[in-house]
Design a binder for this molecule. Structure first.
Ligand SMILES: [Zn+2]
Length: 429
């Protein structure tokens, strides 16, 4: 027993160490690559109406600053993880949470204990993560002119976020704890089914019930942009009615557009920041790309992948919950139902980190497919021009390191997307 524990701890530390090394190595490559390419705007963005050298260098400084800060906070997160696990933080909190049963003897149960543990843990995590989000919002984003969040909005968001996670999270956590208590041995697959149903419910509820708590959504106004979009929707035979503009400018100057929900709650959302900067034809091209995702079933495929990963996660959780070595090796001596769920969610990312590139590979393939679809239903030149504006206004780097982007990027680098699109457009003419 002792020996297995020591080995399991060693494996945990080995994964943690390798992850840290890989992260540091990728950062180093990325920084060097961006720095070496700082003096020249890459083709095809160096053309007139493309990205100027000044904007390119703003993106260089912005990226460098983010990587530098990212390293600092990643180290902090690593220390926090070690504090929760091997240093005994989670064990200590488990013992504190157990006191809830003494305080409320009539309610005493593993569910009460588990919920107390989740609440304690979440509040401490929130406080520990606060410096990072404050620094990003009010220092980095502000320095580069992107931040529009006021301290007041920031604090309100924080409390709204807490309230939403309590309303959604606590009942769901109680359900999982109850399943674990009642169906010993088989709870994991029932838990998987409940989680999947819950996930689908959230996708449905998000656009109409949750997102409006944080932003205002107004129907897209009549005009050239709407005319272009409706024409496109008709040509691609999409019976969409919900075209909405979101007041993203309340918090940030970054622009975006997305598809969300399903059934009657389905909608297309444009950030107001995007509408301000793109021409109607460029908006059409960007939307054609989003429709491409829809038509090529990327949303469903994404959901399926997530369901399969949830299944694997629950299966492993079911196995590990029966194996005391797992707990002791990660610094938890008192095994409780709540502690089982928490420890698993805390350490799983250490082991799954090495699957990140696989998920991103699939995502990038989908992006190319959506671009191809867009090129058939809009002018590829317009999409490239839209991309140029997006990259310029978001100060996103044009010259990421190829290995770094292969590992972390869910979207292909802009240069590669533009080249693929432009080769498409020259084929057409
Ligand atoms: Zn896309």
């Amino acid at each position: 027993m002792e020996l297995t524990v020591i080995w399991a701890t060693k494996i945990f530390l080995a994964f943690l160490f390798t992850r840290t090394l890989v992260q540091a190595y990728l950062d180093l490559r990325h920084q060097r690559h961006i720095w070496i390419n700082r003096k020249q705007v890459p083709a095809p963005f160096d053309r007139s109406g493309g990205i100027g050298l000044e904007d390119h260098q703003k993106a260089v400084t912005y990226s460098m600053e983010k990587i530098k800060t990212g390293k600092v906070f990643r180290t902090v997160h690593l220390l926090i993880l070690l504090a929760w696990t091997l240093a005994g933080g989670l064990e200590l909190f488990t013992q504190w949470a157990a006191k809830a049963n003494d305080l409320f003897p009539s309610l005493a149960s593993p569910i009460l204990e588990g919920l107390c543990l989740f609440i304690l843990f979440s509040l401490v995590e929130l406080l520990l993560n606060l410096p990072e989000s404050i620094y990003y919002t009010f220092v980095i984003e502000a320095k580069f002119g992107f931040n529009r969040t006021t301290p007041k909005i920031f604090v309100i968001d924080l409390f709204k976020g807490l309230a939403v996670s309590a309303v959604i999270g606590l009942p769901f956590a109680s359900l999982l704890l109850w399943l674990m208590m009642t169906f010993v041995g088989s709870w994991w697959w029932i838990g998987f089914i409940c989680t999947t149903l819950f996930q689908v419910l959230l996708i449905w509820a998000y656009p109409t019930l949750i997102a409006p708590l944080f932003n205002k959504f107004t129907p897209l106004e009549e005009g050239e942009t709407k005319a272009q979009i409706e024409d496109l929707l008709e040509k691609t035979k999409l019976p969409f009615k919900g075209l909405f503009v979101m007041d993203a400018s309340k918090r940030t100057a970054h622009g975006n557009a997305y598809f969300t929900g399903f059934g009657k709650a389905r909608r297309i959302v444009f950030f107001d920041t995007l509408l301000k900067s793109l021409s109607p034809a460029e908006m059409r091209a960007i939307l054609a790309h989003e429709i491409g995702h829809y038509k090529k079933h990327h949303l469903i495929k994404g959901l399926l992948i997530s369901i399969v990963s949830t299944f694997i996660g629950f299966y492993l959780l079911g196995v590990l919950a029966e194996w005391p070595t797992f707990f002791i090796a990660h610094g938890v001596k008192t095994i409780t139902l709540g502690g089982t769920l928490l420890l698993f969610t805390l350490v799983a990312p250490v082991y799954t980190f090495f699957f990140v590139p696989l998920g991103n590979l699939i995502s990038r393939k989908h992006e190319y497919e959506a671009d191809q679809f867009a090129a058939q239903h809009a002018d590829p030149e317009d999409l490239v021009n839209g991309l140029i504006k997006l990259y310029r206004e978001n100060a996103s780097t044009l010259t990421p390191d190829p290995v770094y982007s292969a590992f972390y990027y869910s979207h292909p680098p802009a240069v590669e997307r533009a080249r693929a699109l432009l080769s498409k457009s020259s084929n057409h003419s």
